[in-house]
Design a protein around this ligand. Sequence first.
Ligand code: 5GP
Ligand code: ZN
Length: 136
Amino acid sequence: MDCIFCKIIRGEIPCEKVYEDEFVLSFLDINPVMPGHTLVITKEHHANILEVAEGTLERLATRVQKVARGVKDGTLADGIFVSTLSGEAAGQSVFHIHFHIIPRYENDGLVNWPYKPYAPGEREEVAKKIKTALSS
Ligand code: 5GP
Ligand code: ZN
């Protein structure tokens, strides 16, 4: 398969490994937002969080927590940012499920999300659409 993360799992592309077990591999992102920016990926190929089976995601989540604790302690970070992107529009560039674990520090200069308030009535409307989708 032509997936770059599957190639890393097979050892065809090197990586800076920080953790591995029978289910996941964790290694440093080649292009870090902060030193210690780490990825956790499943050994099995799954596209993203929307497509992975619930049980697989639960197992993955426990590893993400374990590695996040290690990243925090190992980098002496003040906080940890965990994210996973799904779909090109969200910025996903490698279509093999992975969680980013990024050390954050007080006043580290990273820009936070551009928060903006809802227009009147918009919040209720959006919530209704999501609730309808969840109940169908
Ligand atoms: P995405 O944009 O899909 O959420 O994140 C993919 C991440 O994989 C990017 O942060 C990118 O730097 C990282 N990445 C892509 N190719 C490689 C690689 O060959 N080795 C490593 N270590 N990271 C990679
Ligand atoms: Zn893959």
